[in-house]
Design a protein around this ligand. Sequence first.
Ligand SMILES: NC(=O)c1ccc[n+]([C@@H]2O[C@H](COP(=O)([O-])OP(=O)(O)OC[C@H]3O[C@@H](n4cnc5c(N)ncnc54)[C@H](OP(=O)(O)O)[C@@H]3O)[C@@H](O)[C@H]2O)c1
Length: 169
Amino acid sequence: MYMAPTPNGMIARENYDESYVSAANWKLFVSSVKRIGNVIIGRKTFEVALKSGVFPIGGALNIVMTSSKIENRWPGRVIFVGRSPKQALKVLKDKGYKIAMVAGGSNVNSSFIKEHLIDELHLDFQPEVFGRGTPLFAGKAFDAKLQLLGVTRLSKNEVQLRYRVVKKR
Ligand SMILES: NC(=O)c1ccc[n+]([C@@H]2O[C@H](COP(=O)([O-])OP(=O)(O)OC[C@H]3O[C@@H](n4cnc5c(N)ncnc54)[C@H](OP(=O)(O)O)[C@@H]3O)[C@@H](O)[C@H]2O)c1
């Protein structure tokens, strides 16, 4: 899982505004998606990305999880799958991918971690806090222990923490 939260664990303001994420961090995220070759997102994140003109991310297979019927205007670049995290991973596995990147939002993140399907958590902390918005994980019942894999200072005010999920309860 790769996300850009605030230090108080928000991933968007109210009205889905994500403008607190720096341009440099967005570039880093896109290059990571290209390196992995795929990205899994929820229907809401898809809608926000589409509206802001950054969907689909180029050079990668974009998997959108939804129970809605959405016309695929990007055949070959985008696959709409159902709501099952395991099924989303199977689609990628069947295409030969060894690593899958889950990139939000809140509800999709919770579904994956709840089913013990997250191996690593990469968080690029942005230098801003706000009280209202979307949290990193939507409120589902899950509990996971983390082991710190690495810390990278990305810029003057941004830091990346990488964790392994060691105890998937
Ligand atoms: N800062 C960051 O790093 C970052 C990254 C990503 C997203 N975001 C932000 O996160 C916000 C969206 O988060 P969100 O939680 O509202 O929406 P989301 O997780 O992106 O999408 C939720 C929708 O995905 C569909 N879905 C499919 N499978 C699901 C499953 N297993 N579990 C839950 N939902 C599933 C459902 O839509 P259907 O009704 O169509 O089935 C559900 O309503 C946006 O503002 C986006 O900009 C921030």
